[in-house]
Design a binder for this molecule. Sequence first.
Ligand code: FRU
Length: 510
Amino acid sequence: MKISIVSFLVSACVAVGVSAKMVPGYNQTRRPQVHFSPPVNFMNDPNGLFYYNGTYHMYYQYNPTGITAGNQHWGHATSDDLYHWHNQAIALSPESPDEGIFSGSAVVDVDNTSGFFGNQSSSNPGIVAIYTLNTPSKETQNIAYSTDGGYTFTKYSGNPVIDIDSNQFRDPKVIWHADTKKWVMAVALPTQFSVVFYTSSDLKTWEKASTFSHHGWLGNQFECPNLVQVPVHNSQQQNSGEYKWVLVISVNPGAPQGGSFTQFFPGEFDGTHFTPEDDAARWVDFGKDNYAMQFFYGTQNKTLGVGWASNWQYTNIVPTSPWRSAMTLPRQYALWNDPVLSWQFISNPTDMSTIMKKNLFSGKVTKSQNIKLGDGSGAYYFDIYVSQDQGQATQRANFTFISSSTKEELRIGLLMDNGPFFFIDRSGTKGFDYPLFTDKFATIQYGGIGGWHVYGVLDKMILETFLNEGEQSATTTYFSNGVLDKLSISLDSGLSATVNVTALSSGWDQ
Ligand code: FRU
């Protein structure tokens, strides 16, 4: 297996920087501090997410030689808490310039079903990666195995494991289906708006089981399917102890707001066939920057996932250097059948206690308040309950992150007008001007427990917002020229807000 020179140098730099305060290369003005981004060059989809023995592994689509998409490899990073990341050497590389190692998944083969791990002890099980090999003539499904816990891989000599002679056949996501004691793969036929399910006993021989096609929002292509079991809540917050299957499908191009988006289908899976609850198209995020999400293999009863915080409409030209793109926050998922809104995919950032640094403001705001942001890495957690003490049709609550040097603004808020609507407005940040970089997003937000609950993370370059205990969420990239160093709150009369703002430490502090 080849390890590219760039990846070797990057790993070496990171190793040298271990004693420094921050990993070198992670202090640029627009560099996210609590969202993962690669040290240099272009990244897209999360791949091969798995958890084993205290360590989360994240691979990702990576171009080690350029800052736009192409020359696809699997980059690799590890973490104990999903916020502090260690960059690792590239895990999978193509054999020639016209090959690409496209998206896929990874599993822990604890029972050595594949037969690759004959001499390995059960405390150090083998890892199998399942990925698409893209060539000019076709896309096939391939596997590679790792005997060192996921750091280095050997490609299987019997590859490809599935070849249907198609050039639109990609993104295998494999899970273990305990009831039928089989591996199950969901893989996309993008231009046929289909997800095909295959089953296997050894990860090498696959049998076609069923096809799920033409459901939900079609757009122009289906990509990156994920089948996962999710805890069901019987209110926004309360776990019922039951689980339900969810099929997630990414669509690009042709999302409702343009470019890329991710939709989900709650339903049942019997080991071969997925049956959705209904045929509705439901989105994971109402922003434009959460694509190709994948769930971690091996997290037992928790459903944890990460998405790529970008959109193919503009990802190759956004103004960051020497890297492009970041992942969303790691999120924990649940399902809730909201009596008004129908099935909701509840998502919340996973435990952030390892990066919570210093409370900057805590209190009730009745009219206006300015909060100075500082004392951290440039990333902040905010938590706001808005309550309507006196109702008026057109009330508005504005929460505006401002750069005092450039006067740029990134605004979120509530608008009661025929709504209530929750809105995000990135038009006041001036570092990126492009017609498809949609500048405003809004969704209906019904009042929840104790008012309208809005919380999330402002990081450099990414704002991630959650509403009503995670019932709705939005990931929004933004590109300001100045640092956002103030939160300015203004409330129309009749509204009040309970506000908490906490500075976050950097995930790149070592
Ligand atoms: C999704 C995607 C996948 C493909 C990968 C290539 O963003 O287009 O379908 O495997 O990116 O990098």
